[in-house]
Design a protein around this ligand. Structure first.
Ligand code: NOJ
Length: 770
């Protein structure tokens, strides 16, 4: 009832505003014909707002359901009532959000709040972590995960998600590599686009779409030494060609907002970086949405060394940060800065306008309770179809790294010894940043294997090893309720028990690797191997002579050279969401054939990091096939090769690639050449293959990478079936930013490569002419 009244009151308010503006327009003729309804409405509203109310809109507070910093917001309700708050994040459910929105509806101008949340890889139906989703290379699948997430989140009161995270990451030490799409600019940009589409649909004001917030702008994934929040110092060449395109792709796809990163960029932290937030974002890219800081990003500028709260708040606003998350620096200092002439009314108005526009586009002025529908929440969250889709999605993300002697798939009979700290935990399965997952709904791997294996399989579980021998490391790696209980018996006893069970089994499944909180925010590691106690367990299991399958849980590329040399089968399963264990069992028992491919390079050892395929050639490249050559660019102690290259992943079947044909060896502007190859399934299982196309620009005014992904196609083939795969290449695909930042393709010689991963490719030559 109250809602209907408020809805009516608000619609009346909009109508009056429109009438007022229209009549004044008729008399004074000051309003350009091009003004949209939205502009008219917001101009009218702005004209009624006090400076305090305007600054209030720039203030984003946390509802406290999940915190990612030391600060928490206090007196939230009284601040809302005074019109001192523009939005709330980390608060869910229609009930709580309705109550909070009602407070805003009682404030003087009844401006609705926007409600945000980190809906990162699904909402309650949690999907695989973003790095895993990238391993599917399946754009329609990824778009659908975002669509389902938006449907569920909007049914639970939310209208804004802090996703997609599109930071390119090439340093596996950085824990947040788990939250993005990996190392590659092209793949990352494609994924960025479809995620925005999935969240926002084609109409933001629809009840089941939410606004995307692209993050973290910019270069957050290039933190020095892989240490979270650390400094970034980067050339314009690398920025424009490698790191910036995914942000731009997401914005070009229509993302309504963008979040600023925590890091220093070439001497100016992003939150106060005018070049980044105004010159690049607004002037070069024409972004029209709003810019929000990260959690206390504004007040952290004090520790960066830019001044006191008043100074850094003014700096941030002037640079282009519109909304201040949690610091309350804008709220507490901007009015004074205005009096002192340090900021202008126009700067405050501009930021306020952008935030009001976002609310308008979401339809919040029309109906502040649009996203609070208890009935929808009951019906549309965690539906059987969504849960089934989560299972299907997870199966597409696993990467089969090794399968000697066809150890996999397993038979649904006999005895399986399931061993390891990841084998019997529910809470560690969904993956980092899954605050909305109900861990009780997540089957453990033990349960998943039983569900799929059926009654003819006997499964015996033993822990075998704690996550790590270091108790403090374990505590820090299992926060937010993601515990893995410790067993206080000594290591020898734990291993003995596991070995005894393994000796009696037909096959051993070793569920090892990282806990889910060993990756994600503030979870960087300097050792990116499987923890040593787990490795000792694995060695003991291998000594039994039983076939061992390593089911590897990880949120980053791990250094697993020893494992890859010694374990017959390795299935990399990342962290796959609430249905991951059923999905793992689907794949282990062969109900689903694995098809994922690595979106990141796996190093041989930590010393190779950062390692990525699209590196430059150097003036002293190592000759092909060589390891060490004096005075060449290489290491004494390890080859330059990765352990597993970008794009790599096996299947239970085998694929061959025949021929690589170009329609012409000359590419002219405004024309295309087609590149074709024939792929055949030469094995016994139906399977999916991800066919990848790379190019190399051989001569130019700037140095270019040795390979760049420019296209990929996922195809499905029955045993014995062949398909011709065709890619089109145009001049557009060959464009890059030159040293004077012109986006051009330079005529000359190119190579094109096609294959199942970046390394095992066939190549051909062509020329771009003008
Ligand atoms: C900090 C994280 O960096 C960011 O990704 C997240 O969206 C905010 N906290 C809000 O939770």
């Amino acid at each position: 009832m109250i809602n209907t009244q408020m809805k009516r009151a608000n619609s009346l308010f909009i109508l009056l505003a429109l009438v007022a503006i229209n009549s004044s327009a008729q008399t004074k003729k000051t309003i350009p014909a091009s003004q949209s309804k939205m502009d008219i409405f917001i101009n009218s509203l702005l004209s009624k707002m006090t400076i305090d109310e305007k600054i209030g809109q720039l203030n984003l507070l946390t509802g406290g359901e999940a915190t990612t910093g030391a600060a928490v917001s206090t007196d939230v309700e009284s601040k809302i009532a005074k019109g001192n708050v523009g939005g709330i994040f980390s608060m869910t459910t229609p009930d709580k959000i309705r109550k909070t929105q009602e407070i805003a509806m009682k404030s003087r101008l009844k401006i609705p709040l926007i409600f945000g949340q980190d809906v990162i890889h699904g909402y309650k139906t949690t999907f695989p972590i973003p790095l895993a989703l990238a391993a599917s290379w399946d754009l329609s699948l990824i778009e659908k995960t975002a669509r389902v997430a938006a449907t569920e989140a909007s049914a639970d009161g939310l209208s804004w998600t802090f996703s997609p995270m599109v930071d390119i990451a090439r340093d596996a030490r950085w824990g947040r590599i788990a939250e993005g799409s990996g190392e590659d600019t092209y793949l990352g940009s494609q994924i960025a686009k479809v995620m925005v589409k999935g969240y926002q649909g084609d109409n933001l004001s629809k009840y089941n779409t939410i606004m995307a917030c692209v993050k973290h702008f910019a270069l957050y994934g290039a933190a020095e030494a892989g240490r979270d929040y650390n400094t970034t110092d980067m050339s314009l060449d690398r920025m424009y060609n490698d790191y910036l395109p995914p942000y731009k792709a997401a914005l070009d796809a229509g993302a309504g907002s963008i979040m600023v990163s925590f890091n220093d960029i070439n001497g100016v932290p992003a939150t106060a970086n005018k070049w980044l937030l105004t010159d690049v974002l607004r002037k070069q890219w024409g972004f029209k949405g709003f810019v929000v800081s990260d959690y206390t990003g504004v007040s952290e500028l004090i520790d960066h060394g830019l001044g006191d709260l008043k100074t850094v708040s003014a700096l941030s606003l002037k640079a282009g940060t519109d909304m201040d998350m949690v610091s309350e620096g804008f709220l507490s200092t901007l009015k004074q800065s205005l009096k002192e002439g340090k900021v202008t009314t126009a700067q405050i108005d501009n930021a306020c306008r952008l935030i009001l526009q976002a609310k308008y586009k979401l339809g919040l002025f029309e109906d502040p309770f649009r996203y609070c529908n208890e009935e929808r929440a009951k019906k549309e969250i965690l539906t059987p179809a969504n849960i089934q889709f989560a299972r299907e999605a997870a199966t597409k993300t696993f990467v089969l790294l090794k399968n000697q002697n066809q150890t996999l798939p397993l038979k649904k009979s006999g005895t399986i010894a399931l061993v390891g700290p990841l084998g019997n935990t529910k809470s560690n399965m969904p993956g980092t940043w899954s605050v909305n997952s109900d861990m009780n709904l997540v089957p453990s791997l033990l349960e998943g294997l039983k569900n799929v294996g059926g009654n003819n399989v006997k499964i015996v579980y033993s822990l075998g090893s704690n996550l790590t021998t270091d108790e403090t490391l374990q505590i820090n790696s299992t926060m937010f309720g993601r515990e893995i209980p410790r067993d206080n018996r000594n290591e020898g006893e734990l291993i003995k028990e596991a070995v005894q069970n393994a000796s009696k089994a037909d096959v051993v499944i070793a569920a090892l690797g990282e806990s889910s909180e060993m990756s994600g925010e503030s979870s960087s590691r300097t050792d990116i191997g499987i923890p040593e106690s787990q490795k000792r367990l694995l060695a003991a299991l291998l000594k039994t002579g039983k076939p061992v399958v390593l089911v590897l849980f990880t949120g980053r590329p791990l250094a697993i050279k020893w494992e890859s040399e010694n374990v017959p089968a390795i299935l990399n399963v990342w962290f796959g969401g609430i249905q991951t264990t059923n999905a793992i069992a689907d794949v282990l028992f062969g109900d689903v054939n694995p098809s994922g491919k690595l979106p990141v390079t796996f190093p041989q050892n930590i010393g190779q990091v950062p390692i990525y395929y699209s590196h430059k050639n150097t003036g002293r490249p190592l000759p092909d096939g060589k390891w060490f050559t004096k005075f060449k660019s290489n290491y004494l102690d390890v080859s330059n090769e990765p352990l597993y290259p970008f794009g790599f992943g096996l299947s239970y079947t085998t694929f061959t690639y025949e021929g690589l044909k170009l329609s012409s060896n000359t590419l002219k502007p405004n024309q295309k050449i087609t590149v074709t190859t024939t792929v055949t399934n030469t094995g016994k299982f139906a399977g999916e293959e991800i066919v990848q196309l790379y190019t190399r620009d051989l001569v130019g005014t700037s140095t270019r990478p040795v390979k760049e992904l420019k296209g990929f196609q996922k195809i499905k083939l029955q045993p014995g079936e062949s398909k011709m795969v065709t890619f089109n290449l145009t001049e557009e695909d060959l464009k890059f930013y030159t040293s004077d930042l012109k986006f051009v393709a330079e005529p000359g010689d190119f190579k094109v490569f096609v294959g199942p991963n970046v390394k095992d490719v066939k190549e051909a030559d062509f020329k771009l002419v003008n």
